[in-house]
Write a protein that binds this ligand. Structure first.
Ligand SMILES: Nc1nc2c(ncn2[C@@H]2O[C@H](COP(=O)(O)OP(=O)(O)O)[C@@H](O)[C@H]2O)c(=O)[nH]1
Ligand SMILES: [Mg+2]
Length: 292
């Protein structure tokens, strides 16, 4: 059979996690319109009779600004070494800038086989695709470019077959029933963070960490989940809670619904908001919070 590890890299918001989720067929990584949604590398596995594709979804590419972004960048660099293939995800509808060509060249170096998934074609004029492909070639980026839409499912099967064909011959890397390297507990914290990212403006969610204190399935089949939402500033805490607790209640309802879908069971969710100033620069705290 064919099997291999594929690093999924690209700019923040390009659509990497969405693409990995549709390829794997299950939600393994959270998605939002905000940068820094993915903080850790997440592995997603697609196992078919004739091949196995192990995707490593990475945080987007950023300029490091604090210890958290340092860790994110290191995990990106680590993830893009020692792999069989690099899938560079480019947001087609955003056009191609000089920064894009520079970044593509940084990751698509010729040392490791690579291709570009040119995504979000559902929200752009089709005629731009050919022009952009030409632009990439003119910039000496001569790898296969595969136009896809993760949202609409366009060309996803084609991309899957393409990648399978590029993998080396080998044994299965991961056992059949595993689709992610992350625990249910990790996903629970991530789903909470996703709903916060979706509900609040930029400044608040970027300073959020979620810690799961309790994650227990009762005899009645209901999960008892208790978590801390850690924020950086007292005014963020006030925003998160909202008037009379309205905001936190709303966001917890959304989070609970998606946790129930993910766990396929009822969830009893309690959450507590607390302030931990400058946690993004406190390495010990980050290790506890981010790398669960
Ligand atoms: N229209 C459209 N939007 C997409 C597509 N893929 C991702 N998105 C959106 O782009 C945003 C960023 O996606 P995400 O997967 O979190 O990007 P990442 O930061 O590269 O992992 C989210 O709002 C997604 O819903 C796509 O194929 N079409
Ligand atoms: Mg992501």
């Amino acid at each position: 059979m064919k099997s291999g590890i594929i690093a999924v890299v690209g700019r923040a918001n390009a659509g990497k996690s969405t693409l990995v989720n549709v390829l794997v067929g299950e939600k393994v990584a959270i998605v939002s319109p905000k940068p820094q949604t993915t903080r850790n590398t997440v592995m997603g596995v697609l196992t078919a009779p004739a091949y196995q594709l192990v995707f490593v979804d990475t945080p987007g590419i950023y300029k490091s600004r604090n210890k958290l972004t340092d860790i994110m960048m290191k995990s990106l660099d680590d993830a893009s070494k020692d792999v069989d293939f690099i899938l560079y995800v480019h947001d087609g509808h955003a056009g191609i800038s000089d920064t894009d060509t520079e970044l593509i060249k940084k990751y698509v170096t010729g040392k490791i086989p690579a291709a570009i998934a040119y995504t979000k074609i559902d929200i752009m004029p089709k005629e731009n695709i050919a022009a952009d492909v030409k632009k990439l070639y003119e910039n000496d980026i001569q790898v296969d470019i595969l136009p896809v839409s993760a949202r609409k499912g366009t060309n996803i099967k084609k991309l899957e077959k393409y990648l399978a064909d590029k993998m080396p011959e080998g044994e299965k890397i991961i056992s059949d029933d595993i689709i992610s390297d992350k625990s249910e507990k990790f996903m629970i914290a991530e789903l909470m963070r996703e709903k916060i990212l979706l509900k609040f403006d930029d400044e608040v969610p970027h300073g959020i960490a979620v810690i799961v204190n309790k994650f227990q399935k009762g005899e009645n089949g209901v999960y008892d989940i208790n978590l801390d939402i850690v924020c950086e500033k007292p005014n963020h805490k006030a925003i998160l809670i909202g008037k009379g607790g309205k905001s936190i209640k709303e966001v917890c309802t959304f989070a609970r619904e998606s946790m129930e879908k993910f766990l396929d069971a009822k969830v009893y969710l309690t959450a507590f908001v607390r302030v931990e100033e400058d946690w993004r620069n406190k390495l010990n705290l980050i290790k506890d919070m981010v790398i669960i």
